[in-house]
Write a protein that binds this ligand. Structure first.
Ligand SMILES: C[S@@+](CC[C@H](N)C(=O)[O-])C[C@H]1O[C@@H](n2cnc3c(N)ncnc32)[C@H](O)[C@@H]1O
Length: 471
């Protein structure tokens, strides 16, 4: 395996060559099907056979499927400078054929290099992962206003730093893993960006005393007794990493700034799973939106995070037992993982809202998050029945569903897009939603739709808090 080198000039040349052959997310799914991004090492031989010949196919074979390719073919596809760049940056070794030691995956408009397919137990401690499901959830829930400065803590491949660099003047990316920082420098250059500054150090140490308009951190949050992989484990006990990430982000946010944080928290009582995260966000002084994505009891948590050991029965059993013992020592009967979004408002009162999310139903929600916080601030200022004189407007598509089962009639609304949240709703909600056009006072919309005041106002408040309406 070649050593990684932050040769930014070479990385820029490589990025240009890949864009020239149309190495994009759309092209990959056209060539390999809708499941292209779920390709694992086992599917590589099948995906290889889906590809026709040509320049793009050669690039996909080499950099997405990580198959060796004849050097002459790669030169024909990407040009000689790109082959030299792959070698210079250390993403591949070049002889008679080119062998990639890394993968380059298009994520939207971003080209992302990271370590190759996971070898599970054989991954080195400093393995740098690609665009993982948790990275995706963080990305989708990140507000993206234009700002001066952003901070990405635990940057890994640099994905969140690079996404932030497109709407920030300057981005600071930190990690304790030197290989992660090298990937981040390479990835910034691969995408033609020159405004990402890498700093080595733990959590917020490298940004001591500085403030930012956006902070992202997909934390190494897994609660476990292990110290095996830097991307997953830290030296800290239990869920302490997550607590520090929330406190640190609050401390480093500008007034008006947002932080999107992938974190985890334990609970002694599975029926009250969110008490600790609620305490942390209250102590932060920020407005907070907590979006739990997964929850598990100790056995499911231990087996889920160690499924790679399943083929090694003895190891698997010993590991599950040691994780369960560790969780028992923490008095942890339930472990949650999810996103915490913070919004700092100097002089604000803070407040927290909880909504579960399902990663399969999640879509781009950055603007929704911004509206949700703005609406919560506004609702905090309205007195008595003042909301009835506002003219709410739908900002997202909303589906009203009626469920007829036996004698029960249950109405619900569902957001089509963003967090895809669902709410119970009173009868007549379809007409009420239609009337939320920005011109009609809520008072009139309720009267016209026949929805009773109390449940109608409750629904509209909820939809405002979810960012599905604006006033
Ligand atoms: C779950 S990975 C996320 C990587 C990347 N941000 C993403 O979303 O794909 C956690 C990252 O935190 C880094 N990390 C681990 N311990 C850290 C620490 N104490 N301070 C800063 N970063 C740390 C790891 O090296 C890894 O890159």
């Amino acid at each position: 395996v070649a050593d990684l080198v932050a040769d930014t000039r070479a990385a820029r040349a490589l990025g240009s060559a890949l864009r020239r052959v149309g190495y994009t997310e759309d092209a990959l799914t056209d060539a390999l099907g809708d499941e292209a991004y779920d390709t694992g090492p086992d599917e590589v031989p099948v995906q290889d056979r889906r590809l026709a010949d040509g320049k793009l196919a050669t690039a996909i074979r080499l950099l997405f499927l990580q198959l060796p390719a004849a050097t002459a073919d790669v030169e024909r596809a990407l040009g000689r400078p790109a082959v030299e760049a792959l070698a210079a940056v250390g993403l591949a070794t070049v002889g008679d054929d080119v062998r990639a030691s890394a993968r380059i995956v298009p994520v939207g408009a971003t080209l992302l290099a990271s370590d190759g397919f996971s070898q599970d137990v054989d991954d080195p401690p400093d393995y740098v992962a690609s665009y993982t499901p948790t990275a995706r959830i963080c990305d989708l829930l990140t507000p993206r206003p234009r700002i001066a400065r952003a901070l990405d803590v635990g940057t890994g491949s640099g994905i969140h730093a690079i996404l932030a660099a497109r709407h920030s003047e300057h981005v600071v990316a930190t990690d304790v893993n030197p290989r992660a920082l090298t990937y981040t420098e390479i990835n910034a250059a691969l995408n033609g960006l020159a405004n990402v500054e890498c700093r080595s150090g733990s959590l917020f140490d490298p940004a001591n005393g500085e403030r930012f308009g956006l902070i992202t951190c997909n934390a190494p949050y897994v609660v476990s007794p292990e110290r095996r992989w830097t991307y997953r484990d830290t030296e800290l006990h239990g869920d302490e990493t997550s607590a520090r990430v929330i406190a640190g982000a609050a401390e480093h946010l500008d007034d008006g700034g947002y932080a999107t944080l992938g974190v985890s928290w334990v609970a002694a009582d599975p029926d009250e799973p969110d008490e600790r995260v609620a305490d942390w966000v209250r102590a932060s002084g920020c407005d907070a939106w907590v979006l739990p994505a997964y929850g598990a009891d100790p056995l499911d948590h231990a087996s889920g995070w160690n499924s790679h050991l399943a083929p090694f029965r003895g190891d698997y059993e010993r590991t599950i037992d040691s994780w369960r013992e560790y969780l028992a020592s923490l008095d942890a009967e339930w472990i949650s993982e999810g996103i915490v979004v913070l919004h700092r408002r100097d002089g604000g009162r803070g407040g927290v809202r909880f909504d579960e999310i399902d990663e399969d139903d999640l879509d781009v929600a950055g603007d929704q998050v911004v509206r949700a916080f703005a609406n919560r601030e506004l609702l905090g200022q309205l007195r008595g029945d003042e909301l009835l004189d506002e003219r709410p407007r739908r900002t997202m598509e909303i589906r009203v569903e009626t469920d007829l089962r036996g004698r029960r009639v249950a109405t619900g609304v569902r957001l089509l897009g963003g967090t895809s949240s669902e709410l119970a709703a009173p009868d007549g909600s379809a007409e009420l939603m239609r009337l939320l056009d920005g011109k009609t006072k809520l008072r009139t919309a309720l009267r016209t739709s026949g929805v009773a005041k109390r449940p109608g106002v409750r629904l509209v408040r909820e939809l405002l808090e979810l960012g599905a309406l604006a006033v």
